[in-house]
Design a protein around this ligand. Sequence first.
Ligand SMILES: [Zn+2]
Length: 93
Amino acid sequence: MALGLSYRCACGERFKVYLPKGVVYTETVSRAVDWRAVDAREEADGEVDEVQRVAESTGCTFVDGRKTPHLACPSCTSELDLVDHFRTRLLAV
Ligand SMILES: [Zn+2]
């Protein structure tokens, strides 16, 4: 499944973030896995669209991590480095 990550800003604004696995896992888990291929397959299968649909149906703002590694909250203008934030969490599991 494509990564659909939830983030809640300090101001209460809620986001659903899609991050390509190649961005999160590059050189940290296994070099044997071709994450770009995994991402391409998941995109082709519509999994990213699914993350966006879930975001819209739950009232979250969808953030496409392919376009920008930074989240800028439209409500309070605070910023977050998505890769730093979620990589730490995902790799701690
Ligand atoms: Zn905010």
